[in-house]
Design a protein around this ligand. Structure first.
Ligand code: GKR
Ligand code: MG
Length: 421
């Protein structure tokens, strides 16, 4: 048997500029943090992975990295076992809580994920096949993404306005949608809500409907509303939304809303691990689950999630956080090989302003990314760009994503309250 033993693992923290995007936790800081993973096998093949860059996560990544020497690149079961041993039972929650609660198992899945992606990249390179073939084969050649709109300030306080400008009302949101759609050709729209009172966000949805009569719309307030507010918003947006995402928190509250809402409910907050599925299904809390390989444990675990959703009649969509091109490539391979992922995938790509760590990041044109067919992920690391983004990380004092604390610097009375309305 030909083994492909891991010989070197490099974890590089990076930072890239991020606009002041508002959400129910506060506002994005000027730098988004990520970690780039490079795994090298004895024959010199390198696999790439990308994940969160928050300090507690980084320290777990480094512990995991130190435990992989000699692991066969095809041994994904061994990967999880070694990482579990290396990090022990530890729970590292996010400060923002925008991807739901945290447990030791979810933490382990978050740490395993980028290494799994890197090993799949290596496997694909070793046999000369794309990652989507390792996931069962692509069922589509193009993966549609959605225009992910945010209320935002014109620029970070004290800095010049950014190229996107201010969006604090329906007109601003429509202008942002137009700019994003002109540039990327998106044919579905998601609005991040939970920022203004629900009636203002409903007005923004109505304005989007008027401006883009044909495009499916989604609204995601990240659990900013009570169940009764959620039901009212659902009634008032009847016929306007493809789905309503995480209007309220928890499986019980979502079930209460789902029972009366005229549209399906989606989540990336109350179903975030396999252990959440039985109760969610029993209560009929959600009709669509947003997969995210970064915390579901990797691409294969996300494919398993999709299979379970298929069995139980749940729809599958895909969630994103601020990310770079390695994640975009991984998401594209996963979406390409997941037959029941029938919704346009979320991405923060337009907010990156072209900054990346890849020689040629996947392009989104006519609203979709062409699925790469080269070996592995089909993307190449740009070492100089990686060094530049690592320099950014060295120069910023941001070490954890904390949207609430950043907003409080400018609005000392701001408190994160979920539900707020
Ligand atoms: O980037 O502010 C953001 C989003 O709110 C993100 O953190 C969420 O996790 O996009 C996510 C969502 O769909 O909830
Ligand atoms: Mg969401």
């Amino acid at each position: 048997m030909n083994m492909l033993p891991v010989r070197e693992v490099v974890v590089t923290p990076v930072a890239f500029p991020d606009p002041p995007l508002l959400n129910s936790a506060g506002v994005h800081q000027p730098w988004a943090l990520r970690a780039v993973i490079q795994v090298r096998t004895a024959d010199g093949t390198t696999g790439l992975g990308e994940t969160y860059g928050d300090a507690p996560h980084l320290s777990l990544l480094n512990r995991a990295a130190g435990a992989l020497d000699g692991l066969d690149a095809f041994d994904l079961a061994g990967l999880r076992a070694r990482i579990a041993d290396a990090i022990g039972t530890v729970d590292a929650p996010d400060r923002h809580g925008l991807t739901g609660g945290s447990t030791a198992d979810k933490t382990l899945s978050k740490v395993v994920s980028p290494f799994e992606v890197a090993l799949l990249d290596i496997q694909g390179k070793a046999i000369g096949r794309p990652v989507h073939d390792l996931l069962g084969g692509k069922v589509r050649d193009r993966v549609p993404f959605s225009a992910y709109l945010f209320y935002k300030w014109a620029g970070h306080p004290g800095a010049e306005p950014d190229a996107w400008g201010e969006a604090l009302d329906p007109a601003g949101i429509v202008a942002q949608a137009r700019a994003m759609i002109d540039r990327y050709g998106f044919s579905s729209i998601k609005l991040k809500g939970g920022v203004f009172p629900p009636e203002e966000e409903i007005a923004a949805i109505r304005a989007l409907r008027d401006a883009f009569p044909e495009l499916p719309l989604r609204l995601d307030p990240n659990a900013a509303w009570t169940p009764s507010t959620s039901i009212k918003v659902a009634e008032q947006t009847d016929g306007l939304l493809e789905y309503l995402e995480d209007p309220t928190g928890g499986l019980a509250g979502m079930a209460e809303v789902a029972a009366l809402a005229p549209m399906p409910l989606a989540t990336n907050m109350c179903v975030v691990a396999f252990a959440d599925l039985p109760e969610a299904i029993m209560r009929d809390s959600v009709q669509i689950v947003l997969a995210d390989h970064h915390y579901w444990g990797g691409l294969r675990a996300s494919a398993e999630l999709a299979a379970m959703c298929r069995v139980w009649g749940l729809g599958v969509s895909m969630h994103s956080n601020s990310h770079l091109g390695i994640s975009l490539a991984a998401m594209t391979h996963l979406a390409a090989a997941t037959p029941n992922l029938t919704y346009a995938v979320d991405t923060h790509t337009p907010w990156q302003s072209g900054v990346d760590v890849l020689v040629e990041p996947l392009a989104i044109t006519e609203g979709a990314a062409i699925v790469p067919d080269g070996p592995g992920l089909g993307v190449t690391l740009d070492e100089d760009a990686l060094a530049r983004l690592h320099e950014n990380w060295l120069h910023t004092d941001i070490r954890e994503r904390d949207d609430t604390a950043y907003r409080q610097r400018f609005e000392p009375d701001y408190v994160k309250r979920r539900p707020r309305w």
